[in-house]
Design a protein around this ligand. Structure first.
Ligand SMILES: *Cc1c(COP(=O)(O)O)cnc(C)c1O
Length: 366
C-alpha cells in the first residue's frame, strides 16, 4: 500500500517535542553482522546439540500449543531450575526474557531518586538500564593492573552514595576475573539495598553465591542459560528472598517467557549433562587459548574464569581488530570504551579449530 501523505509534515511538531529528552544521547544496542566470519565476539557456546537430541527436542515442540498463552508463572520450568541448581525452597525465582530483562526490571523497581553502583569496566546493561529508568549511575574503577575490585574505594563510594542497588558480575565481563569474595561480602553487608551477583558465566567459573543466599536478606543472584549454550532462547532467572522478588514481579509484563522457551529450556535442563560436557570442553580450550596468547609477543592475556579472554595488544588495537576481520575472525574491540581497556580486545573461546584460526589471524595481524 503506497499512501499519499494525509497530513503535511509541517503540521506535526518535530520528534524532539514528543520524545524523552534523554533519548537524544542514547544509541540503540548494535550487534555486528558476522557474515562469514568466525564469530568469537558474543560469548556464545560454539556447540550445537547432537542430531539425535535435536530430533527428540523437535518431537516435543510438536506438542506445544502455540495458539495458547504460555503459563504466566512458568511453574514447571521454575521447578526444573530449582532442582538443577539446588535452589532452596524458601528462595523465590523470577524469570526474565534473558537476564537483560531482569536488570531492566530491577532498575525500574527502584525509587527515581535512587542511585545504582557497579565497578567499571563491567557489563554495559547495568548503566543502560539505570539511565533509561531515570536513575543515577555511579561506577568505581577496578584496579588497573589486574582488574581486581578495590575494597576501600568501593566501600567509600557505597557510604557516600547509599546506592539503592549494587551490581557485581561474578566473573566480571569484560575482564573475566572473579572479584575477591571478602570484598563482595563486605559490600553485601554494608549496603542497605539489594546487591545483585550476576553469575552469567557460572558454568565456566565453578564459583557461586547461590549457596550463600540465606545469609543476607539483601543478596540476589542472577543467572542465565545464554552462556551455558542456549543464548537463542533468552532465559534469565533471578533468585532471592520472596519480599524483593514479589515487588519486582509487579513490573514484569505477563507472558515474558514464551512457550517455546519454556518447553525448550526445560528440555535443556533435563539434558544438562550434554551442556556440561560442552562447557567442560570450553574450559579446557580456554586454558589452551590463554597459554597460547600469553606466549604471543606483544600480547598480554588476562586470566579468565569465564568463556572469553581479555587481552591487550601493544600496537594499535583498532588496526588489529580490522586485520582480524580481514583474516576471517570477529572479536570484540574494547579499545576506547573505557580508559582501563586501552588496547584491549575480548575473544570468546570457540571450538579448537576456531581458536586456532583466531590465533593464526592474530599472529598475522601483529
Ligand atoms: C551476557 C551477559 C548477560 C546477559 O545475559 P542474557 O541472559 O543473554 O540477557 C548478563 N550479565 C552479564 C555479565 C553478561 O555478560
Amino acid at each position: 500500500m503506497t499512501g499519499r501523505a494525509r497530513k503535511s509534515p509541517g503540521r506535526v511538531a518535530p520528534l524532539a517535542d514528543w520524545l524523552r529528552p534523554d533519548l537524544g544521547e542514547l544509541v540503540a544496542y548494535h550487534a555486528p553482522d558476522p557474515g562469514d566470519l568466525i564469530k568469537l565476539n558474543a560469548m556464545e557456546n560454539p556447540y550445537r546439540w547432537p542430531d539425535a537430541l535435536v530430533d527428540i527436542w523437535l518431537a516435543e515442540l510438536r506438542t506445544v500449543e502455540i495458539n495458547r498463552y504460555p503459563d504466566p508463572d512458568a511453574a514447571r520450568l521454575k521447578q526444573a531450575l530449582r532442582e538443577t541448581y539446588s535452589i532452596p525452597s524458601d528462595m523465590g525465582i523470577l524469570l526474565g526474557n534473558g537476564s537483560d530483562e531482569l536488570i531492566q526490571l530491577i532498575s525500574m523497581s527502584l525509587r527515581s531518586s535512587a542511585c545504582v553502583l557497579a565497578p567499571r569496566p563491567t557489563f554495559v546493561m547495568y548503566r543502560h538500564c539505570a539511565v533509561t529508568a531515570g536513575l543515577k549511575y555511579v561506577s568505581v574503577p577496578l584496579q588497573a593492573a589486574d582488574y581486581a575490585i578495590r575494597a576501600r574505594a568501593t566501600l567509600d563510594l557505597l557510604a557516600r552514595n547509599q546506592p539503592a542497588a549494587v551490581f557485581l558480575a561474578f566473573p566480571n565481563n569484560p575482564t573475566g576475573n572473579l572479584f575477591e569474595r571478602a570484598v563482595i561480602d563486605r559490600v553485601i553487608e554494608e549496603n542497605a539495598g539489594p546487591v545483585i551477583i550476576d553469575e552469567a558465566y557460572a558454568p565456566f567459573a565453578q564459583a557461586s553465591y547461590l549457596n550463600r543466599l540465606g545469609e543476607f536478606p539483601n543478596l540476589l543472584v542472577m543467572r542465565t542459560l545464554s552462556k551455558l549454550g542456549l543464548a537463542g532462547l533468552r532465559l534469565g532467572f533471578l533468585v532471592g528472598p520472596e519480599p524483593w522478588l514479589r515487588e519486582i514481579d509487579k513490573l514484569r509484563l505477563p507472558y515474558n517467557v514464551n512457550v517455546l522457551t519454556q518447553v525448550s529450556a526445560e528440555f535443556g535442563l533435563r539434558h544438562y549433562h550434554v551442556l556440561e560436557e560442552q562447557t567442560g570442553c570450553i574450559r579446557g580450550e580456554r586454558e589452551r587459548l590463554h597459554a597460547a596468547l600469553q606466549a604471543t609477543d606483544g600480547v598480554t592475556a588476562y586470566r579468565s574464569a569465564a568463556n572469553f579472554i581479555l587481552f591487550k595488544v601493544l600496537s594499535d588495537a583498532d588496526l588489529i581488530d580490522r586485520r582480524l576481520r580481514e583474516g576471517g575472525v570477529l572479536v570484540k574491540n574494547l579499545h576506547g570504551s573505557d580508559p582501563l581497556l586501552e588496547g584491549c580486545l575480548r575473544v570468546t573461546v570457540g571450538r579448537p579449530e576456531e581458536n586456532a584460526a583466531f590465533l593464526s589471524a592474530l599472529r598475522a595481524a601483529l
